[in-house]
Write a protein that binds this ligand. Structure first.
Ligand code: AP5
Length: 224
């Protein structure tokens, strides 16, 4: 049985941070539709050109585009045993699309919501810096680079995401409430949703998430 871990939460909740750690622990790839879209924007591909205006204004890229990206990525051989999703699905349509990609009974789905107050989210996003070279993520206060404004891993100049401006973040939070939050009920009905307090340190939150994931995977394997 294949395992799908879905890390769920508003912008800045720490999905990307936790997905990378979980990927190392479980040995499954972390798949971020946001990262894939940003790479396409940076490369100036047709996909990137069409996605750019949505991303820079804080809106969702249309479902059919993102569903296509997710399908291509999840069908790759490195996802054969499992994968960790960060930022996908984000609408009911996308959630149904993931379900339909796999035969019933072939997928053990674990959804972990990361709950964080808006005030904290705004602080996290305002201070986030990312490395365009190796994708390592920093925060100017909670996890600064040892090399100042350069990546302490590969030396590349760190950048601030264009959609982390205050105005765009407010729109992203609004879009989350309207389009993405309803997925909590979608997954509660399926009895695969759990939630963690995302206001603590990265280590504490990771402990909570991995505890849930381990327990759900064992339950899924036993019921298979
Ligand atoms: P995407 O890239 O997915 O952004 P997001 O969901 O808004 O989430 P973020 O990446 O902003 O935050 P995160 O939860 O990953 O937090 P992080 O770990 O980075 O999407 C961007 C855009 O692409 C969307 O607006 C949309 O246009 C498009 N898109 C993507 N997917 C789509 C889809 N499925 N459908 C349609 N459109 C789609 O952490 C944030 C900061 O906080 C970092 O600096 C980090 O170091 C710090 N931090 C993390 N945890 C902690 C902690 N515990 N304590 C202190 N600091 C912390």
């Amino acid at each position: 049985m294949k395992t799908a871990v879905i890390l769920f939460g508003p912008p800045g909740a720490g999905k990307g941070t936790q997905a990378r750690r979980l990927s190392v622990q479980l040995g499954y790839p972390a798949v971020s539709t946001g990262d894939i879209l940003r790479e396409a924007v940076a490369a100036g591909t047709e996909l990137g050109q069409s996605a750019r205006k949505y991303m820079e204004s804080g809106m969702l890229v249309p479902d059919d585009v993102v569903d296509g990206i997710a399908k291509d990525r999840l069908m790759r051989p490195d996802c054969a045993l499992g994968f960790i999703l960060d930022g996908y699905p984000r609408t009911i349509h996308q959630a149904q699309h993931v379900e339909n990609l796999f035969s019933p009974g072939d997928l053990c789905t674990v959804v972990v919501g990361i709950r964080v107050e808006d005030e904290v989210l705004l602080r996290r996003l305002a201070g986030r810096r990312t490395c365009p070279g190796c994708a390592k993520m920093f925060h100017v206060q909670s996890s600064p680079s040892k090399a100042g404004d350069r990546c302490d891993e590969c030396g590349t100049q760190l950048v601030q995401r264009r959609d982390d401006s205050e105005e765009v973040v407010k729109e992203r939070l609004r879009v989350y409430q309207e389009n993405t939050r309803p997925l909590i009920d979608f997954y509660k009905v399926r009895k695969v949703y759990s939630e963690v307090d995302g206001s603590g340190t990265v280590d504490v939150i990771f402990g909570s998430i991995s505890g849930i994931v381990d327990a759900q995977i064992s339950r899924g394997v036993m019921s298979a």
